[in-house]
Design a protein around this ligand. Structure first.
Ligand code: FE2
Length: 471
């Protein structure tokens, strides 16, 4: 019998990581400063938010129920709503009034009678769609890793599992990329069983036009959180984070860092099944890739570089405080020669890298990320600094927010074309008084204080990926 995790003692279930206990609606949020009149849409952010005290173990950011926090903005006014994504696993736990599934590190083989006919596809582990929220072909999809997304309505009511008309029944990754020119959504999926890695392409209308296609020549199942696309390629940075599914029923960690295997950069042609170019490098880890693009015959990828994966109970991006934030690096791959060149850009760390999404797969100049100022009181895995890199000069500028902030999203001004002609939006929680806000910066005025912030009437816990959906 597994015991419940002591949430107050767990670094990722307490403090600003403590899950929200309730769902709320708030109209007409109090605004400080002024929201841009041309900002018209909704900012949504997903994150793990256990409904019940977890059983056995809790590993951040690998498990938990999904909760989406959303702020709708129009005409200079804003409203807020947060909702759990009601997955089959969460509904079973709500019926039972307690957690049923164990954690990844200590799974519990739940009595199937308690789960009903529709058990979580990640069984015996509850894999829930708490990592990201996207909109494609009019569908709002809460994304997990390796299981099907859940569709929610534009107002965050859960509709159910979404498998792209049965064409991607096993699910997709949590970090797909949309080609801004074709409108295609490129996705991947990793698995503990062969094929270890597949990718697929979904047309703007939601039709799967390239079915799940194996990336050949991979001998080990590796955990792959993110990837990038260029006009012609999908780019995978595969660190030696090897999945040991047998540990679910045996012992030891399910994901193990095996540096002797090195890191592999795998460049896959997007045109269809084909031979990937593979470059082998020293071991390193990347949670997220900012973007990739083609420079002549070479493929350039920018990302926060980490010496290794730290993943244990209490691990995760920035976990353990050992690697506060990844140092930005640029990787240049020559697919024809199978070589990869890694250059570190400055010493300022940042995680949750984002660009102007209209440049996905094309050359970007700017990227933003969340960094740490070194201010006391910031917990491991938290960020209080918004950083912007200029890749043309290699310089960065930064603004220390005085808040624990989440992923910042660039929202272009209507009809604007320039990379800095728009806004940065993110959630944050003030370190001084613990109030929660949605912050809005004018990108052209950065670095500097936000031009506006909207008060969220309940604590917004630290979370994961966010996006803006224009009205
Ligand atoms: Fe992520």
């Amino acid at each position: 019998m597994l015991h419940t995790v002591d949430m107050a003692a767990h670094p990722y279930l307490s403090g600003r990581f403590a899950p929200a206990a309730a769902e709320r609606d708030a109209a007409d949020l109090r605004i400080e400063g002024s929201l841009p009149a041309d900002l018209d849409g909704v900012f949504m952010r997903n994150g793990p938010n256990p409904r019940f005290p977890p059983l056995g173990s809790y590993t951040y950011p690998m498990e938990g129920d999904a909760m989406i926090h959303a702020v709708w903005i129009s005409g200079g006014r804003a409203r807020y709503r947060n909702r759990w994504v009601r997955t089959s696993g969460l509904l079973a736990e709500v019926r039972a009034g307690r957690a049923l599934y164990g954690g990844i590190m200590k799974p519990a083989f739940v009595d199937p009678a308690l789960l009903g006919a529709d058990r979580d596809p990640g069984w015996p582990v509850k894999l829930d769609p708490f990592i990201n929220i996207i909109r494609h072909a009019g569908h709002y999809l809460a994304l997990a890793e390796g299981i099907p997304p859940y569709e929610v309505t534009p107002e965050l009511a859960t509709l159910g599992r979404f498998d792209f008309g049965g064409q991607l029944p096993l699910g997709i990754c949590a970090r797909p990329r949309r080609d801004p020119v074709t409108g295609e959504l490129v996705v991947f999926r990793y698995d503990s069983d062969p094929p270890y890695l597949t990718w697929a392409t979904i047309a703007p209308d939601g039709t799967v036009i390239q079915p799940a296609t194996e990336v050949p020549r991979l001998e080990q199942p590796a955990m792959i959180h993110d990837f990038a696309i260029t006009e012609h390629y999908a780019v995978f940075v595969i660190g030696p984070a090897i999945i040991h599914a047998e540990a679910l029923v045996g012992s030891g960690a399910v994901v193990r860092w095996q540096p002797g295997l090195g890191t592999r950069i795998v460049v896959v042609p997007r045109s269809g099944p084909g031979t990937p170019a593979i470059a082998e490098t020293e071991p390193f880890w990347a949670w997220h890739l900012a973007n990739a693009y083609e420079d002549g015959t070479r493929v350039v990828t920018d990302f926060p570089w980490r010496e290794r994966l730290i993943l244990a109970e209490g691990g995760g991006p920035g976990g353990n405080g050992q690697q506060p934030a990844g140092r930005l690096a640029r990787l240049t791959v020559d697919p024809a020669r199978g070589t990869a060149d890694l250059v570190h850009i400055g010493s300022v760390g940042a995680e949750f890298p984002r660009i102007d999404d209209r440049l996905t797969g094309r050359e970007h100049r700017y990227l933003t990320g969340c960094g740490r100022s070194g201010r006391p009181g910031l917990a491991p895995g938290e960020y209080d600094r918004l950083v912007r890199y200029d890749m043309a000069t290699g310089q960065s500028v930064r603004y220390d927010t005085g808040a624990a902030i989440g992923e910042a999203v660039f929202v272009p001004r209507a009809a604007a074309t320039e990379e800095l002609d728009g806004y940065y939006l993110c959630f944050g929680r003030e370190l001084a008084d613990d109030t929660s806000w949605l912050y809005v910066w004018d990108a052209a005025d950065f670095p500097g204080p936000p031009r506006a912030r909207a008060a969220i009437p309940a604590p917004v816990p630290n979370g994961l990926h966010a996006n803006w959906f224009a009205a």
